[in-house]
Write a protein that binds this ligand. Structure first.
Ligand code: NAD
Ligand code: MG
Length: 391
């Protein structure tokens, strides 16, 4: 039994999910004891968070930011560490609840370090589950950790999923906003700029997931995420485009009942659910007013204009390391797009190119995941502009 304030770790505290998590914690500060915070390179923001929340340890992944962070926290008694190992050291500090909100496969080792402590993991970082698949879920089982989905769709499903009668679930239905290019033609998307791609119509999020929403790779990653969280095959996971983002996802049962979770699009609601679980907490999200919204609409997803949807299904069906390859190639392609190196349509084309070239194999260990991830990144980085092939 945990008594006293709940000990909290936030991996990726300086990001969008990190901000929302800290917002909730500061609204009821006496209930929490923040133990560890981590960031990639934004030492100034990390130092400012540490001065307010007084963790025992902070870690910055970029070793070049260590001296500045250390100087900024001089005299506070906060332990400062750096590098990828430093982030794992922070993840290893004893705590009761971990927000896993590093973006990308960079979050894999720190999150697995926290999993090995057998603690509660609030999982925002979908890429680590997509990339490591059963290596990740086996570690959760082996170490008796508790995995709570924070991704809004999976959190919605978790809230209405009858785990005692799993066999009565016919399918889950992931809703998708459709992203900023929902109504754009392929020709229009060819010219899309990073600025247009990160301007999500409904959610305020980090750059990488915003681009993933624009390509709809985000929904593809979420299909794979749902497979691992709820034990359903690809055919048991549908996608419906729902531009208002009011229904966050649904579960269909054998009797025809469909259960949904609804709310305004504010990540503080699913984060609060994970923070309070199994109890509910107050959260400050704007209340849903359905009469004001008046109508909810639904569309079939279009995997011709959004080929990432097809590629993610292909990777899930192939199994083994195919999702690792998909994820790594996508991370590289999104970074190249944001850097202005390749066009918007090149993102899916680079992912397809990489899936075609890197041989899929079985995944048995973290070393297997890291080796395949590295190989896929090399191929994706070497790929030239490919969008002509994507027409
Ligand atoms: P973000 O870019 O705003 O923040 C990412 C965090 O990770 C930052 O704290 C950054 O410093 C840290 N980070 C980045 N690279 C790192 C590295 N190499 N090593 C260590 N730390 C590193 O991203 P976000 O929008 O907060 O998303 C975080 C995760 O949550 C992603 O996996 C995303 O898919 C998922 N998610 C986000 C939302 C959302 O609304 N933002 C919704 C659902 C899921
Ligand atoms: Mg989501």
């Amino acid at each position: 039994m945990v008594t006293g304030p709940r000990r909290i770790t936030i991996l990726g505290s300086t990001g969008s999910i990190g901000d929302s998590t800290i917002d909730l914690i500061e609204r009821d500060a006496a209930a929490y004891d923040v133990v560890a915070l981590t960031a990639n390179s934004n030492w100034a923001k990390l130092a400012e968070q540490a001065r307010r929340l007084k963790p025992a340890i902070v870690a910055v992944a970029d070793p070049g930011a260590y001296a500045d962070l250390k100087a900024a926290l001089a005299g506070t008694g906060v332990k400062v560490v750096a590098g990828a190992e430093g982030v794992c050291e922070a993840a290893d500090a004893a705590s009761d609840w971990v927000m896993a909100a590093i973006v990308g496969a960079a979050g894999l080792k720190p999150t697995l370090t926290a999993v090995a402590r057998g603690t509660v993991i609030a999982l925002a970082n979908k890429e680590c589950l997509v990339s490591a698949g059963s290596v990740f879920t086996d570690a959760v089982t082996r170490h008796k950790a508790t995995l709570l989905p924070v991704d809004s769709e999976h959190n919605a499903i978790f809230q209405v999923f009858d785990f005692d009668q799993k066999e009565k679930v016919r399918k889950v239905i992931l809703t998708a906003s459709g992203g900023p290019f929902r109504t754009w033609s392929t020709a229009e998307m060819r010219e899309a700029t990073p600025k247009q791609a990160v301007a999500h119509p409904k959610w305020s999020m980090g750059a990488k997931i915003s681009v993933d929403s624009a390509t709809m790779m985000n929904k593809g990653l979420e299909v794979i995420e749902a497979h691992h969280l709820f034990g359903l095959p690809s055919e048991g996971i549908d996608i419906v485009v729902h531009p208002q983002s009011v229904i966050h996802s649904m579960v269909e049962y054998c009797d025809g009942s469909v259960l949904a979770q609804l709310g305004t699009p504010d990540m503080r609601t699913p984060i609060a659910f994970a923070l309070g679980w199994p109890k509910r907490l107050n959260a400050p999200a704007t209340r849903l007013n359905l009469a004001d919204i008046a109508s909810l609409t639904f569309e079939q997803p279009d995997d011709v204009r959004f080929p990432a949807l097809r590629l993610a299904r292909r990777a899930l069906q192939a199994g083994g390391s195919a999702p690792t390859i998909l994820n790594a190639a996508n991370e590289v392609a999104v970074a190249r797009f944001l850097a202005g190196e390749v066009g918007f349509l090149d993102i899916a084309a680079i992912v397809e190119h990489t899936l075609d070239r890197v041989a899929a194999q079985s995944l048995n260990s973290l070393d297997d995941v890291m080796a395949i991830d590295g190989e896929a990144r090399r191929v994706a980085k070497a790929a030239s502009k490919l969008s002509a092939a994507a027409e």
